[in-house]
Design a protein around this ligand. Sequence first.
Ligand code: GAR
Length: 191
Amino acid sequence: MKRIAIFASGTGSNAQKMLAHFQFSHKVKVGLIVSNKPQAGVLNFANEYSVPILLLERERFLKGDGYVSELQTAGIDWIILAGFLWKIPATLSKHWEKRIVNIHPALLPNYGGKGMYGQAVHRAVLAASEKETGITIHYVDEQYDHGATIFQATCPVLPSDTPESLANRVHELEHLHYPLVIEKEILAQSD
Ligand code: GAR
């Protein structure tokens, strides 16, 4: 059994899909929901699925020990980012090398980097009159939105789109693919 920690700062719709997907799995278990925001919506899903919560304090996470011991005690094999806003510190990327994955709501390397989060991404895609956008699932290194790509999927950008309508379309793509891509990647690396 591989145990994952989901890191999320926001509403947690991707985390919810992940929790539902792995609920009865004998191969992958969500062992921890990790957040930097005590009010984050994702924490309601953690409670709903009876998954323990780890709340992060900024200084300790970014400049201290990165909560390595808590993650190790929970037996975490993989770290899955789902709308997590802080940069992953070197101490974590060292301990979980090639075992940290992120999802980004655009086709990287475009529309990524610091500040490119949620609606800001979709506003930039619309401002550039792109005809297509999508999602990127990728390994995490010490730069924002940077590590090797695992998977991309695309969807159209319509002339009538607003940042909200585009966000909804991209979210659907994320929900469809993220749990399956994670499952496939974890099982492939476990062989
Ligand atoms: C998702 O769209 C995810 O791709 C994005 O945050 C959203 C979280 O939504 N992540 C980034 O922009 C990372 N740079 P959720 O809380 O509903 O899962």
